[in-house]
Ligand binder design. Structure first.
Ligand code: ZN
Length: 246
């Protein structure tokens, strides 16, 4: 096992971009893994590469630590599910109270595949941007689900994986605070400009909080979090690789 290597489950959204910066601070080698699962827009897959490129330019140490990226094609998802993320259904609540953007088993499968990918490569630290505090109520984003997955993976693979969830107990405003603490305003700018959150894949309009339709649940959560972050003001940056305008 390589204690210095980590794998980030990386979608190219605000949360996983923040997790990538977190991992680059904490591990010597950081790989990223994404999934093509029949998303109804490909825009977030494009954003993954842009976020990686922009993040490595912020900090020479991060540049040196950022290892390869892989994209797994799991098109079988479209066969399993008919949700608004993978089809043209309108976004609404389901009868059980969960939003129909919930894709049953998605995060569990993502983590299982991340562990399977990491296993042969000797990587045992898995980083995921799931969050219990400010989530959309997805049960597979909860702390207990992640702890249970860690146990299941370690028993089922006779391994010693550690699942890291740096965003688990913080809200979206605090996620911006964390980005600022990790990489200063320059990292906040990269996440604003390059990360993608909107469920509808809309990048036609740039708001103060980034691109998106502004109406879907993901856009509203991101916009509210950024507004709260601006109101609170950024916390002091630990490293502050601020862009020099001099
Ligand atoms: Zn949206």
């Amino acid at each position: 096992m390589d204690n210095a290597a980590a794998l980030v489950v990386f979608s190219g959204g605000q949360d996983s971009a923040t997790c990538l910066a977190w991992a680059l601070e904490h591990f010597q080698s950081v790989s990223t893994l994404g999934y093509r699962y029949g998303q109804r827009h490909e825009v977030e897959l494009d954003c993954r590469q842009r976020v990686r490129t922009a993040i490595r330019r912020l900090n020479p140490a991060w540049d040196a630590r950022l290892a390869g990226d892989s994209l797994l094609d799991i098109g079988l998802f479209a066969q399993l599910h008919n949700t608004s993320l993978t089809s043209q259904m309108a976004i609404a609540d389901r009868e059980d109270g969960l939003p129909n953007t919930f894709v049953p088993g998605r995060n569990l499968l993502f983590l299982t595949m991340a562990a399977a990918w990491a296993y042969d490569r000797g990587i045992r630290h898995l980083v995921t941007g799931v969050c219990e505090t400010d989530s959309s109520g997805y049960p597979d984003c909860r702390d207990d689900a992640m702890k249970a997955m860690q146990v299941a993976l370690n028993i089922g693979m006779a391994a010693d994986f550690v699942i890291h969830t740096p965003l688990m107990w913080i809200d979206k405003a605090a996620t911006w605070q964390l980005a600022h603490a990790l990489g200063g305003q320059a990292l906040v700018e990269v996440i604003l400009e390059e990360s993608h959150t909107c469920y509808l894949g809309d990048r036609s309009k740039r708001h103060v909080w980034g691109y998106g339709c502004g109406q879907c649940p993901a856009c509203r959560l991101r916009a509210a979090g950024y507004a709260a972050y601006l109101e609170q003001g950024p916390s002091p940056s630990r490293h502050a690789p601020e862009r020099s305008n001099a």
